[in-house]
Design a protein around this ligand. Sequence first.
Ligand SMILES: NC(=O)C1=CN([C@@H]2O[C@H](COP(=O)(O)OP(=O)(O)OC[C@H]3O[C@@H](n4cnc5c(N)ncnc54)[C@H](OP(=O)(O)O)[C@@H]3O)[C@@H](O)[C@H]2O)C=CC1
Ligand SMILES: N[C@@H](CC=O)C(=O)O
Length: 347
Amino acid sequence: MKRVRLSIVGFGVVGQGLAELLHAKRELLQRDFSLEVVLVGVSNSRHGFIYREEGLDIPTLLDLAASRQPLTLHPDIQQWSSALEGLRATTADVLAEATWTNLRDAEPGLSHIRTALTKGMHVISANKGPAALSANELSALAQQHGVQLRLEATVMAGTPILSTVREGMAGVNIKSVRGILNGTTNYILTAMARGRDYAEVLSEAQGLGYAEADPTADVEGYDVVAKTLILAALVFGQSLKPEQVSRQGITAITREQIQQAAHEGKRIKLIASLSRTADTLNAPLEARVEPIALPIDDALAQVNGVMNALTFHTDSLSSVTISGPGAGRLETGQGLLSDLIAIARNH
Ligand SMILES: NC(=O)C1=CN([C@@H]2O[C@H](COP(=O)(O)OP(=O)(O)OC[C@H]3O[C@@H](n4cnc5c(N)ncnc54)[C@H](OP(=O)(O)O)[C@@H]3O)[C@@H](O)[C@H]2O)C=CC1
Ligand SMILES: N[C@@H](CC=O)C(=O)O
């Protein structure tokens, strides 16, 4: 049996989703992967970092988090006042990073990830800030320290986009991608097309754990910009800055416009696209995030609610579309879990 010791930094919707899956799938992990995951460290911003060498009890942690009690009430722990101090002082094989996405300087996630990689820990992250702004630097740091950095959960939650590109589509020349990459806005646009009110549906998406801590990131398109930057780096090997992505969110879209589009046989979707500006491998990319009224027979027009989809236009596979959940507690936890299993397999 392989034993992997894990610390989770950021114990909100996603961090808890991963913990819940680790608990619920304990038997499956042992049976199918001979893998035992021991959760040794957990951190949030209110209660700092807690650690237990022999492993923390997941149901106890989930109960404490659900009742918003201090995680430090877990018995028999060591504690530090911040994640950074805790990460520096303790050891684990893998860090799962699930703190807030910040597209200005990627903190606090960037420092957490740098610290872990430098200590020789593998890193799995749902946090889009470090992936969007510093993918190259962090990949180089991981390589330097002989560890893996895996980012599946950053784009379309647990729907396998990055591993599909890396493994299943290895050798394919991807010329452009186009897709729906934000669960919250697709949920809102779908509900508005059914006559519901913007503010009410946004608040529902927040309650379901789909939205960012500041939902402006979703509705103004910044979250999709982050995912577009990640795809630019990991699919096309090009490092773009947020200002290089032309961005328009959904806040100016009215119910009348949605109804008018429906009348014309169209659906308004927030579409991300990345395409090479010439037919050579190193041609610069054009990157856009914008609402588009798609004809109803466009595959992306059929993607509703929290579902997302991404179409790859390629040389040898023509076009390939992957569709699945784009947000959610267990859906994103699954993205982290699949990366954790991949690391354990190669460990
Ligand atoms: N929700 C989703 O469906 C998806 C989310 N993501 C990304 O995953 C990450 C987490 O999202 P989500 O769980 O929804 O967000 P939440 O707001 O629910 O959770 C964020 C967590 O980070 C903690 N945190 C913030 N700053 C620090 C810090 N300095 N040290 C330790 N902990 C800190 C918060 O602490 P506290 O609890 O004390 O406030 C909270 O526990 C984000 O980057 C998001 O963009 C990616 C894909 C899908
Ligand atoms: N807020 C994001 C969460 C996942 O990345 C979304 O709604 O897609």
